[in-house]
Design a protein around this ligand. Structure first.
Ligand code: ACO
Length: 436
């Protein structure tokens, strides 16, 4: 009868140990600690830089099968959610585990809509940034600043307080994002319009000028809503892990989210969409692609928007984005960069370098092209990613806070520095000179 146990023999001591293997195919890292060479030994540890093979939590929010290209939120395929739901319904699903009933949907939408305004002092805070400040820097800093506006948010073990901050954060992300953009443009801030849906209102706060009421194109508003659904969560990615790690110290969710948004801003994570656009601009024309690919294969550059730690197959979000692009271009006209992107993808997917490394387009490869067609500048792309990812960050944070197995996150290290030493005294120095 097979046992769900891993047997390990330590050849240093000839001792044999057993570690239970659970139903998820994992062993507890702490079970290795009992493997010692002598009683003074600290015990065996694993060394796993970048967490390549370490599960840091149990989660029932998002499922990814990277080999098959599957992404599900709470059991629903991303394709189904993108087709049938709104971003706010998906945010509710991520946070509560179930899609809202019609009444819950109404109440949730009302709640979010009525928390979109920022405290006036927060507006002044945004005013203080340089005229050309990167909107992601403004977003990160202002998220942290909200911690001072809502000091009760530090009661992270109070479910009512948590819920209040979740609503505020999801609602205010769109406003913060829009204001970070308006500041850069030198345009006055636009107050939220409660008649509008989440994405319509976001577009209103971005683009409204002197007209009495701003009405977004329904196609653009829906396309943005679908993009928001695709970006809402992605299990233990770099920024969600940051949210959990910062939150594990019981810092409030505004500060934790400032940390998560900082992680997202990097070019290897959410910042990649901005880099893809720069790359396509650098390539200029389809005829320059083979030379560019040559440089990538020589290790001079990375093909931005390609590759993923988890997906070793086509990113399902990239596939949906491609179809959204067609709808958007019918309204905005075709973005010429699409031709370069499609050809780049075609050439890369037929090239042995990319095939053997299983490098496929990720969510960032096409999103920037659509954002640009919608009228956004590259600096705004990562901010557009951050708005919906707030739902995922908060769902992950809420789950972490309530998980009895979680504690303050604190990995181990392997110390490789010098051993104990003393600062030389004047006497030591004198004798060293004598000896020399
Ligand atoms: N272009 C060229 N080569 C690449 C790329 C790329 N975009 N991505 C990975 N590779 C190569 C690596 O050089 C490496 O080759 P080697 O085995 O010869 O050394 C191999 O593929 C494996 O790559 P790793 O860097 O080990 O993969 P890792 O899982 O650590 O990195 C990452 C994943 C960071 C996403 C990487 O693929 C990358 O930098 N991509 C470009 C940036 C990007 O698009 N980021 C967005 C990711 S999606 C998101 O965060 C929303």
């Amino acid at each position: 009868m097979p046992k769900n146990v891993l047997t390990l023999t330590d050849q240093r001591t000839d001792k044999t140990y057993e570690a239970p293997v659970d139903e998820h195919g994992t062993i507890r890292a702490m079970d290795l600690r009992k493997i010692k060479t002598d009683p003074e030994d600290f015990g065996l540890m694993t060394y796993d830089p970048a967490f390549m093979n370490t599960a840091s939590c149990k989660s029932n929010i998002t499922f990814i099968d990277g080999d098959k290209g599957i992404l599900r939120y709470r059991g629903y395929d991303i394709e189904t959610l993108a087709e049938h739901c709104t971003y706010l319904q998906v945010a509710y699903l991520l946070l509560n585990g179930e899609l809202p009933t019609p009444q819950q949907d109404k109440d949730w939408t009302w709640e979010i809509t009525h928390h979109t305004m920022l405290h006036e002092t927060t507006k002044h805070f945004i005013d203080g940034f340089r005229y050309d400040a990167h909107p992601m820097g403004i977003l990160v800093s202002t998220l942290a600043a909200l911690s001072t506006v809502y000091p009760e948010a530090k009661n992270v073990h109070d479910p009512e307080s948590r819920q209040k901050q979740i609503v505020r954060l999801i609602a205010k992300m769109a406003t913060l994002a829009a204001y970070s953009y308006r500041h850069r443009r030198g345009h006055p801030y636009v107050y939220p319009d409660n008649d509008l849906s989440y994405t319509e209102n976001f577009l209103n706060m971005l683009w409204k000028m002197t007209e009495p009421k701003y009405m977004a194109s329904p196609v653009i508003a829906r396309a943005l809503d679908v993009l928001f659904i695709l970006h809402a969560d992605h299990e233990q990615n770099c920024s969600s892990t940051t949210m959990r790690v910062v939150g594990s110290s019981q810092a409030d969710p505004y500060l934790s989210m400032a940390g998560a948004a900082s992680a997202l801003s990097g070019p290897l994570h959410g910042g990649a969409n901005e880099e893809v656009l720069r790359m396509l601009d650098e390539i200029v024309s389809v005829k320059n692609i083979p030379a560019y690919i040559k440089r990538v294969k020589a290790g001079e550059l990375k093909l931005m928007g390609f590759g993923h730690r988890v997906y070793k197959n086509y990113d399902p979000r990239a596939r949906i984005i491609k179809s959204v692009a067609d709808e958007v271009f019918e309204v905005t006209g075709r973005n010429t960069r699409l031709d370069i992107a499609l050809e780049l993808e075609r050439i890369a997917l037929a090239d042995d370098y990319f095939v053997t490394r299983k490098l496929y387009p990720n969510v960032d490869f096409y999103s920037g092209i659509i954002y640009q067609a919608m009228g956004f500048q590259p600096e705004m792309f990562t901010v557009l990613f951050a708005i919906p990812r707030a739902a995922g960050w908060l769902a992950q944070w809420n789950e972490m806070i309530q998980d009895p197995e979680q504690k303050i996150a604190r990995p181990r290290q392997i110390y490789t520095g010098v051993g104990q030493r003393k600062i030389p005294t004047t006497q030591d120095e004198k004798s060293a000179v004598k000896v020399g």
